[in-house]
Write a protein that binds this ligand. Structure first.
Ligand SMILES: C[S@@+](CC[C@H](N)C(=O)[O-])C[C@H]1O[C@@H](n2cnc3c(N)ncnc32)[C@H](O)[C@@H]1O
Length: 226
């Protein structure tokens, strides 16, 4: 994998750093949005008996491209984007320009903060964040999600994962090295470790959907026994 590809996959450093006026843009987010949407359509709850829309909280919305696209394509969903404070203005700019009616204004959520400023969600969704935030940050996502999710809720995570310490492609091996060189707290997470964290915070084991470019969508549903 060349450095352009590595940077494109990490999103935030180069790819998403491109400014179009006040709004940041990620070519990677544009490329993978159709495949992720197709995965989400299979995994989101089918509709609520009370006729209310499905509430999705997105953590680490980045440029907001996914939030705008998914909200427009999923009219039965209310999409709640969120980001750290420093990226709010660019995220807000995109949402004001492109957002549909079922897309809320972004919240400030740093995954380390507690409690998150959200009352409830049917789904917590996050893409390409587990390899960017530190290991304690990943645990904060499970913990925060377990607090806001309804009893039948789930955490849905898109990105690369390893299994038993092994990457599923040469590209992901190189990407993991690149991430750790850039910041030792970053790195592709192992699905077995993630399942241990999930169990600690009241989730069942992950259901994995393979995605293009050696990524996955992992869904952790809340356990009925927690
Ligand atoms: C690679 S980008 C992915 C952005 C977007 N989800 C996507 O797939 O295009 C990683 C995102 O994680 C966010 N992030 C990093 N640390 C965070 C934290 N402590 N709390 C919340 N978000 C964080 C970054 O701001 C960035 O938007």
């Amino acid at each position: 994998m060349n450095s352009t590809n590595k940077n494109a996959k990490s999103g935030i450093k180069s790819d998403a750093g491109t400014n179009n006026g006040a709004t940041r843009f990620s070519a990677a987010a544009e490329r993978n949005r159709e495949a992720i949407l197709a995965g989400l359509v299979q995994l989101l709850p089918r509709g609520r008996v009370d006729g209310e829309k499905i509430e999705v909280l997105e953590v680490g919305s980045g440029t907001g491209q996914h939030a705008c696209f998914f909200a427009a394509q999923l009219p039965d969903v209310v999409w709640q984007p969120s980001e750290v404070e420093s990226l709010q203005s660019s995220l807000m700019a995109r949402i004001q320009d492109e957002g549909s009616e079922n897309l809320r204004a972004p919240l400030v959520i740093d995954v380390f903060s507690s409690p998150w400023p959200v009352v409830t969600a049917d789904v917590v969704y996050t893409a390409n964040t587990f390899h960017i935030v530190s290991e304690p940050g990943v645990e904060c996502i499970f913990e925060g999600a377990s607090r806001v999710l309804v009893p039948q809720g789930s955490l849905i995570v898109y990105g690369p994962f390893s299994r038993d310490g092994r990457h599923n492609s040469e590209g992901n091996t190189e990407f993991d090295k690149f991430l750790r060189l850039e910041n030792p707290e970053q790195g592709i997470r192992d699905i077995n470790w993630l399942n241990q964290l999930a169990a600690k915070h009241g989730f069942r084991q992950a259901e994995l959907t393979p995605m293009p470019a050696n990524n996955f969508i992992a869904q952790w549903g809340l356990s009925s026994q927690r």
